[in-house]
Design a protein around this ligand. Structure first.
Ligand code: ADP
Length: 408
């Protein structure tokens, strides 16, 4: 009997999922993907087939005395999966878990003890970790005993040299785990696996990947391994994001608390939820809306967004000792020709020469957008974190070690 794998990426009010056929001899084939929206309010289940056709769109009825947690939503998702199993058995669920801390450097099958350890890291990723873990708990209630595998966004960066990971803090603080971990590792790992057929020999050279989504970061790759990245101890560091501030003088935090009397909770809310594109534009944290707005604040938000990317690109190129390729991915990286054009313009000093027509052309899939004579090849590549999680989950189930999976 064939097995299927469910991949879960759980956020504050929505759960994105993908279902893969995991036939032993045929690799992983995505058979559906979808989302549960409105958890805690009016949940809705939406599912699409591999060709993008809608397979399901329905309200999830919650009980008269609802838990308002994700359990009821997951029950309905498993019902739907059961009805559309086509003879496949659900073998496991793979989860994106944002922070693995020092202890988790490869995907693991979750046990109650591991779950407790991961809960200890929630304060370091307050926007993500609690929701990632609540999905694991909820599924354990609905289908106890079903194997669940945690795949970490921090794992891919464990190859970095110590200078890229250390803060210049006293040793005992570093030894307590206060260092740069880096995030979006599942996205970078997927892109690293997809580079060779497109970039040829340059794939193993000096590559910077810009993952520009709601959260945003950049990663320097050499030999397709992470050597530096813009996010640090938490996913707050580095680039300006939808609602997160990115790099900040730590003295600002001291001033907010001791000078302005803000509480820890208020500072956390300010830096994670009220800053970035949202805070600067005063319009929205969504790039499409900010781009479409003609207010001076919105235009400055875009200007600052691009400036920070260009600055960090210079820093990552310094870590690599040069640059052979630049890859744009995630919602903004894949879809905003304007942001790509402005970043490439600022990166002219590195040898980037954009092909404006290729950049503007409506296209999907991996594509080169630099001119043939450009010293730095510039690419747009769709990321696929779900597939990476499915690969890891399958490997954990099969007892294989799959560290920094790098085959195409
Ligand atoms: P997440 O980090 O939640 O997975 P995505 O990778 O989907 O986010 O990226 C979401 C971001 O991508 C939003 O800011 C959205 O406005 C932006 N985006 C999506 N399509 C476009 C587009 N055509 N032009 C500009 N920005 C876009």
């Amino acid at each position: 009997m064939n097995t299927s794998l469910l991949v879960i990426n759980s956020g504050s009010s929505s759960v994105k999922f993908a279902v893969y056929d995991a036939a032993l001899d045929a690799g992983l084939t995505r058979i559906a993907n979808g989302m549960i929206e409105g958890i805690g309010a009016q949940p809705r289940l939406r599912v699409w087939g591999p060709d993008g056709a809608a397979l399901e769109d329905r309200r999830i009825r919650v009980s008269a005395n609802p838990v308002h947690g994700p359990e009821e939503a997951f029950e309905q998702l498993f019902d739907w999966l059961g009805q559309h199993a086509n003879g496949r058995t659900l073998g496991a669920v793979g989860h994106r878990v944002v922070h693995g801390g020092e202890a988790f450097t490869r995907p693991v099958r979750v046990t109650p003890a591991i779950l407790a350890q991961l809960e200890g890291l929630s304060a370091l990723a307050p926007l993500h970790q609690p929701h990632n873990l609540s999905a694991i708990r909820a599924i354990d209630v609905v289908l106890p005993g079903l194997p669940q595998v945690a795949c970490f966004d921090t794992e891919f960066h464990t190859t970095q040299p110590w200078v890229a990971q250390a803060f210049a803090l006293p040793r005992h603080i570093t030894q307590a785990g206060v260092k740069r971990y880096g995030f979006h590792g599942l996205s970078y790992e997927y892109i690293a696996s997809a580079l060779p057929p497109h970039l040829g020999a340059a794939a193993n050279g000096r590559v910077v990947v810009a993952h520009l989504g709601n959260g945003a970061s950049m990663c320097a790759l050499r030999e397709r391994k992470s050597v530096a990245t813009t996010m640090g101890f938490t996913a707050l560091d580095g680039l300006m994001m939808g609602s997160r501030c990115g790099s900040l003088d730590p003295g600002v935090v001291l001033h907010l608390m001791s000078g302005l009397g803000m509480t820890v909770q208020a500072v956390e809310k300010l830096l994670y939820e009220q800053s970035g594109l949202l805070g600067v534009s005063r319009v929205s944290g969504d790039m499409r809306t900010v781009q479409a707005s003609d207010t001076p604040d919105a235009q400055q938000a875009v200007e600052l967004y691009v400036y920070r990317i260009a600055q960090e690109l210079g820093s990552l190129a310094a870590s690599l000792g040069g640059l052979d390729a630049l890859v744009f991915t995630a919602g903004i990286g894949e879809n905003s020709a304007m942001i790509r054009q402005r970043v490439c313009q600022d990166a002219g000093w590195l040898g980037v020469v954009l092909d404006e027509d290729a950049n503007e052309a409506p296209a999907s899939g991996a594509r080169c957008i630099s001119q043939p004579g450009s010293r730095v090849a510039v690419w747009v590549m769709p990321t696929n974190e779900e597939l990476m999680i499915a690969r890891h989950t399958q490997a954990v189930l099969q007892g294989q070690v799959m560290h920094n999976w790098r085959e195409g």
